[in-house]
Design a protein around this ligand. Structure first.
Ligand SMILES: [Zn+2]
Length: 272
């Protein structure tokens, strides 16, 4: 599933091609994308409008339109955008400069929602905590959210209302960087561990953005390239391989139903 670095990479490649352009034709091919709203109704609302900006909040992409509407896209498991024709196209946007942008989604969990621009902030604020790379994401905020939860710290990090945009990959990477065991009850972390975790979340996400995200199976950037972050993983998907810090084989477990990788030595179950 695309996480913050992947969605940010997509946003940064779409923005220069889309901003200022008019949607001359909008074709939505899959009713699941817009339900419960009829796909023709959504296409009609978008057609003829111009794109002011392409923004990101958490894992959401928002196309802000001149009319005061916004198209809010969540890629879920396998959604992606591409400038080249491809298989599994669920929607196609044609721009006034001849650009054809396809939305591809193999597993069809992605969503397109049209909102009034005025509703957008409230809608997104209800689903997302602070942006982890913004000044509003502080150690104090993170500590406050962890202190009231007895669930495993990794499960709490995946809650988008705690940290917007973090998912399975970058949560594992951040916990390894912070030397915190993913199964520790969130409220048991001490101030020093929270400080390390806060810094590690930002560092893991920044590395992901620099590498244009990670390519596991479906993900491609809109320009068609693969991300490079998968070559930078310290723990994710690396069970049995040596920990880059101490050489101990990386272990795999499940936390909250999600595959979870960690170093048994650097991330001891009892904390440090
Ligand atoms: Zn280690």
């Amino acid at each position: 599933m695309p996480e913050l670095p992947e969605v940010e990479t997509i946003r940064s490649q779409l923005a220069p091609r889309l901003a200022g352009r008019t949607l001359v034709r909008v074709e939505i091919l899959d009713p699941r994308l817009t339900r419960p709203i009829d796909l023709f109704e959504v296409a009609e609302a978008l057609e003829g409008d111009s794109i002011l900006a392409v923004e990101r909040r958490g894992k959401y992409l928002a196309l802000r339109l001149e009319s005061g509407l916004a198209l809010l896209v969540h890629l879920r498991m396998t959604g992606s955008f591409g400038f080249e024709p491809t298989s599994h196209e669920r929607a196609v946007l044609e721009l006034d400069d001849g650009t054809r942008l396809a939305y591809r989604d193999v597993r069809r969990f992605g969503t397109w929602l049209v909102l009034e621009d005025a509703e957008l902030g409230t809608y997104l604020a209800g689903k997302n905590g602070p942006e982890p790379l913004s000044a509003s994401f502080t150690g104090g905020w993170l500590g406050g959210r962890l202190a009231v939860r007895r669930a495993p710290v990794k499960a709490v990090l995946l809650d988008q209302r705690v940290v917007a945009g973090l998912g399975n990959i970058y949560a594992d990477e951040a916990l390894w960087r912070a030397r915190v065991n993913p199964e520790r009850p969130a409220r048991d972390l001490d101030a020093e561990e929270i400080r390390r975790l806060h810094r590690a979340i930002r560092a893991a996400l920044r590395t992901g953005i620099e590498r244009q995200g990670s390519t596991l199976s479906q993900y491609r950037t809109p320009e068609g390239s693969r991300g490079g972050m998968q070559d930078e993983f310290r723990v994710y998907g690396r069970d049995g391989l040596p920990c880059p810090r101490c050489g101990t084989p990386i272990a795999k477990t499940r936390v909250g139903g999600r595959g979870t990788w960690y170093c048994p030595r650097c991330q001891p179950a009892t904390g440090d």
